[in-house]
Write a protein that binds this ligand. Structure first.
Ligand code: GDP
Length: 296
């Protein structure tokens, strides 16, 4: 299944309620069957899906609700509400503290938009008056340092990296140390991403994490990657202490159904979304409008 379809399938299932002449137990169960199937086929964790189903059944009692109650609306509202709470991970994101040194490490596959997102994230705090430094610990991809450097220069943020050093752990450590010694508020470390989930990538990431002991690890996920997002997010979560998620490229065709899988896999909240290539194409995540878009 193409992931963009998740939202369409759920909204179709909800729309079908309009065509039913009476809303009874059977119609409700059929609707919920379609919603849960769509979620499961998008690799959303079975426990989350079961909870959605149980909660909706608890909230909507089609047989005993008074005649005249708009049961269609009740069902729709309950499903949307449960999808929303599915997206609002129980875990709260790391609270950035101004006046303290916050070290944040970015992880994700190559092409997910990680380096761009580091700059967007930096820019977001820069505009709030924070002192921000960027560290390029991607020694794998040729041009990675140049890209970070260009971004950093454009937003006028100091950066740390090397053209010659091949050990990402060393650069990460040195970069963080450098900005620490200058008492920066926020130190952002960009790590290397590969095309696939390679063992070497994870090993390297773990070493960087151990060396810099970040306050927060952010997993960056491309909203258009399709069905593999649950496994991908889980692999990252198993390797490093992912604490929050940023979903990118939501300006494209993808409706973002994969976000549900990413939250389920990492048990972490989404904090921002990327909506374009510019540094200010970056929005605070808001579950309600995200679900509206997903089902839109
Ligand atoms: P990395 O390999 O994960 O570091 O990915 P990059 O930051 O190099 O981004 C890969 C491509 O995606 C670049 O062309 C970015 O401009 C683009 N990109 C990143 N975020 C977004 C976004 O939110 N929307 C769009 N349309 N493009 C993005």
């Amino acid at each position: 299944m193409v992931l963009g379809e998740l939202g369409t399938r759920i909204s179709n299932a909800l729309r079908k309620l309009q065509n039913a002449t009476i809303i009874d137990e059977e119609v409700l169960k059929e609707c919920l069957g379609e919603v849960t199937k769509a979620l499961l086929q998008s690799d959303v964790n079975v426990n989350y899906v079961k909870r959605l189903r149980d909660q909706v059944l608890l909230q909507v009692n089609v047989e005993s609700d008074a005649a005249g109650t708009n049961k269609r609306k009740l069902i729709q509202r309950a499903v949307v509400g449960e999808l929303q709470s599915m997206l609002e991970s129980e875990k709260k994101p790391y609270q950035m503290k101004k006046g303290k040194i916050n070290v944040v490490m970015f992880v994700g596959l190559q092409g997910s938009g990680k380096t761009t997102t580091c700059a967007k994230y930096a820019y977001n705090y820069l505009r709030k008056g924070w002192r921000v430094g960027l560290v390029c610990a991607d020694t794998f991809r040729a041009g990675a340092f140049d890209q970070l450097k260009q971004n950093a220069t454009r937003i006028k943020v100091p950066f740390y990296g090397s053209y010659t050093e091949t050990d990402p752990v060393k650069i990460a450590q040195e970069g963080v140390e450098y900005f620490r010694s200058q008492n920066y508020d926020l130190i952002i470390v960009d790590t290397s991403g590969r095309h696939r989930q390679e063992a070497a990538l994870f090993e390297e990431m773990e070493q960087v994490e151990a060396a810099i002991n970040p306050d927060e690890v952010i997993f960056v996920m491309d909203s258009s990657i399709g069905q593999s997002c649950y496994d991908q997010a889980l692999a990252f979560k198993k390797s490093v202490k992912v604490g929050s998620v940023i979903v990118t490229k939501l300006d494209g065709h993808a409706k973002g159904g994969g976000a549900l899988s990413a939250v389920a896999a990492t048990e972490s909240p989404i904090i921002f979304i990327g909506t374009g290539e510019q540094f200010d194409d970056f929005e605070q995540f808001e579950a309600k409008s995200f679900i509206r878009r997903l089902l839109g």
